[in-house]
Design a protein. Structure first.
Length: 174
């Protein structure tokens, strides 16, 4: 099985605890996923993030609905966590999120190790899949900054909002 790696880095002028808290709330996943993927968590919420926590969700890729289940396999706040696909479109998916402080900023380092199913056909499809993943992580970088820092006409959404205000977390700024 041929494995691939995708690395992405985001730098934010915020304390690490605040940035980690945003990622520790699974409900925020929808904010940082491209809207055309129609991301929807199907697990009961709130999700208690810890080793062994399971997150079920649905997405759409190229219009095709897909069910996905990930397990939190590493949980070390506020430094890192990892999720591993148990069911979904990949033969392997291991996503490690690391958070470090640098010069008063927080640097988020995402590393995804993945493999595609279907052997040689999967390898042929890899350029298309890689392009899609790079686009998703580019969107994610902008969406995280928008959610945590705000942009003109699109205020930041505090990750500390109480559950009664959770619909506010799911707005989309244009």
């Amino acid at each position: 099985m041929k494995q691939y790696t995708l690395d992405a880095t985001t730098r934010l002028p915020l304390p690490r605890q605040e940035v980690f808290a945003f990622f520790a709330d699974a409900a925020n996943l929808g904010l940082i996923t491209p809207p055309e993927m129609q991301f929807k968590i199907t697990s009961p919420q709130p999700i208690d993030m810890r080793p062994g926590a399971l997150i079920d969700y649905t997405i759409r890729l190229y219009g095709l609905p897909m069910r996905w289940r990930t397990e939190i396999t590493l949980w070390n706040p506020p430094d890192e966590f990892a999720d591993t696909q148990l069911r979904g479109p990949y033969a392997l998916w291991l996503h490690t999120h690391r958070f470090r402080e640098e010069g008063g900023d927080t640097v988020i380092e995402d590393k995804v190790r993945y493999a595609l199913p279907f052997g040689p056909l999967g390898r042929l499809a890899h350029p298309v899949v890689r392009h899609q993943l790079e686009r998703i992580f580019s969107y994610r970088k902008e969406a995280v900054a928008r959610a945590l820092l705000g942009t003109p006409g699109c205020p930041a959404i505090p990750s500390s909002l109480p559950p009664a205000f959770s619909p506010l977390r799911h707005h989309r700024c244009k």
